[in-house]
Design a protein around this ligand. Structure first.
Ligand SMILES: [Zn+2]
Length: 435
C-alpha cells in the first residue's frame, strides 16, 4: 500500500529500541507519509486507513544490515570453508570477473527479498557496479547506502574512483530519501596508500561517507605490517581516512592503540560475527570498542561468506561470542544485541532509523509469536533476540511502505526473482568455468 496512507499497527509488545529500553505491552504504532506519528499504549478510539493487529507478537525498529555485498547471493555456497585470502583470490574474484550488470541487479534483488523477509529495512552495501545495487534497492523498496567498491594502485585506479564519485553525485542529485552513495575502497591490502589518500581527499572536499574492510584477518595484519610497518588501522589513519564519516567493517585484529585511534577519530565499526567465525578470523573486541566510545553496528557480510542475511542469527552470535570471550554471561545482553542491530547501526550509517518514536522514519519489523519456539513470552527482548527467526516476520515497513505485508513481498514477483536468480547463477558459474 502507498506510503501516504495512514496505518495503525497494534501488538502484544512494542519494543521501541530507545536507550531506556522502553517496551509497551500491549503497544501501538501509527504512521503516515512515511513518518511515525504515534508510539505508545493502544488508543482504543484511534482510526486510520488501515489497522493491523498482530495479536501475540511484537513491533520493533526495522533491523539494519551494516555491512554486506548483496549481489554475492548468486555465489551462495560457491566456496565454503576457505580462509579469507584464498577464498577471495581463488574463488570469489575469478567468478565476479564474469558478472554482468544484470547479474549484480538480480543478485541484489534476490538478497533484498531475503532481507525484507528477515525484517531488514536497510543495508550498507559495498560492490562494483553499485548503480545496479541502487536500482535493486529501489525495486525491492529497501533503504540502502551503496558504497561503490574499488581497489588497485594509483593512478591505475583513478577511473574507478571517478566512476564512484560520479555515482555518489548522481544519487545525491536524485535524493529520493531511500538510496545514498558512498565510496567503497575495498581494504588496505587491496588499495595502495596513494589511492586511499585520494579517497580521503574526495571525502574532505565533498563530504562523502566511506566504507572499508579493516583489520579483518591475521593475514591482513601481517601483510600490512610487513609492507608499511603499521597496523591496518594506523595505516588508514595515516592516509587520512579515519573519521566520523567512515564506517569500517570487521575491526577484529586491534591492539589497544588501534582502539584508541578508532575512538579518537569518531569512525564507526560494523561487527560481522557469523562471517568472522565462518572464515576463521577470530572474535572482535566489541566490549573494548564500546567502552572506548566507538559506535558499533551489526552486519551480515555478503551471502557468499555468511550464506544467509539473517540479523537474528547475527544478534545471537554477537552476544554469545562476547559472553564466551569474557567468560561472563552478563557481558553482552539481549538488549545490547538489539541496540547493535538497530540504533547503533543507524548511528554508524548516519541514519534517523533504528528507534520507534514519533517523528522518526516509519521503518519497522513486526513478528508473530504464537509459535512453539517463541512461547511463552516472559521477556519480550529475550524472545526477539534469542528465539525469533526470519520465518516469524510478518511485516517489514520501510518509510511507511509495507514491503512485506502479512508475509507477502509486495514490491516484486518473488517466484520470478527466485527462478531468474537461479538461472543467472548457473550461467555465471558456467562462464567462469566453475560448472
Ligand atoms: Zn565484506
Amino acid at each position: 500500500m502507498a506510503p501516504d496512507r495512514s496505518v495503525i499497527m497494534r501488538a502484544g509488545w512494542v519494543l521501541t529500541g530507545d536507550a531506556a529500553g522502553t517496551v509497551y505491552a500491549p503497544g501501538e504504532v501509527g504512521f503516515v507519509n512515511g513518518v511515525l506519528t504515534y508510539v505508545g499504549p493502544p488508543r482504543p478510539t484511534a482510526t486510520a486507513d488501515r489497522v493491523i493487529d498482530l495479536g501475540i507478537g511484537a513491533i520493533a525498529p526495522g533491523l539494519l544490515n551494516g555491512h554486506t555485498h548483496a549481489a554475492m547471493s548468486l555465489m551462495r555456497g560457491l566456496a565454503d570453508d576457505w580462509p579469507l585470502m584464498p577464498w577471495l583470490r581463488e574463488h570469489v574474484w575469478p567468478v565476479e570477473a564474469h558478472m554482468t550488470p544484470e547479474d549484480v541487479y538480480l543478485g541484489t534483488v534476490l538478497a533484498g527479498v531475503e532481507m525484507a523477509r528477515a525484517g531488514i529495512v536497510g543495508f550498507l552495501d559495498m560492490y562494483g557496479m553499485a548503480d545496479q545495487v541502487a536500482r535493486a534497492a529501489r525495486t525491492v523498496g529497501l533503504r540502502a547506502a551503496v558504497a561503490y567498491g574499488f581497489l588497485g594502485d594509483w593512478p591505475d585506479a583513478q577511473p574507478k574512483l571517478e566512476r564512484a564519485l560520479d555515482l555518489c553525485r548522481a544519487l545525491r542529485d536524485e535524493a529520493d530519501g531511500l538510496v545514498e552513495g558512498w565510496l567503497g575502497p575495498h581494504a588496505p591490502y587491496t588499495c595502495a596508500p596513494a589511492l586511499l589518500e585520494r579517497v580521503a581527499a574526495a571525502q574532505a572536499d565533498e563530504g562523502w561517507r566511506v566504507h572499508i574492510h579493516l583489520a579483518e584477518s591475521v593475514d591482513e595484519d601481517r601483510e600490512i605490517r610487513a609492507r608499511y610497518g603499521l597496523s591496518p588501522v594506523a595505516l588508514v589513519e595515516r592516509v587520512g581516512l579515519l573519521g566520523p564519516r567512515t564506517a569500517v567493517a570487521h575491526a577484529v585484529h586491534l591492539d589497544a592503540r588501534d582502539i584508541e585511534r578508532l575512538a579518537r577519530s569518531g569512525a564507526g565499526a560494523v561487527h560481522c560475527p557469523v562471517s568472522n567465525q565462518k572464515l576463521g578470523n577470530g572474535v572482535a573486541p566489541i566490549l573494548e570498542l564500546k567502552a572506548a566510545g566507538v559506535p558499533v553496528g551489526l552486519g551480515t557480510d555478503g551471502p557468499a561468506s555468511t550464506n544467509t542475511l539473517n540479523l537474528f542469527q547475527e544478534m545471537r552470535l554477537a552476544a554469545w561470542l562476547q559472553k564466551a570471550r569474557h567468560s561472563d554471561p552478563a557481558a553482552f545482553r539481549a538488549g545490547d544485541a538489539l541496540a547493535m542491530a538497530t540504533r547503533e547501526t543507524a548511528r554508524v550509517l548516519g541514519w534517523a532509523s533504528g528507534v520507534l518514536a514519533a517523528g522518526r522514519p516509519a521503518d519497522l519489523v513486526a513478528v508473530r509469536w504464537w509459535q512453539a519456539h517463541t512461547q511463552p513470552v516472559l521477556d519480550p527482548v529475550s524472545t526477539f533476540v534469542y528465539a525469533t527467526t526470519p520465518g516469524d516476520v510478518r511485516y517489514t515497513v520501510v518509510g511507511g511502505r509495507l514491503v512485506l505485508d502479512d508475509g507477502v513481498v509486495t514490491t516484486v514477483d518473488e517466484e520470478a526473482v527466485l527462478r531468474e536468480a537461479r538461472d543467472r547463477a548457473v550461467a555465471l558459474l558456467a562462464r567462469a568455468g566453475r560448472r
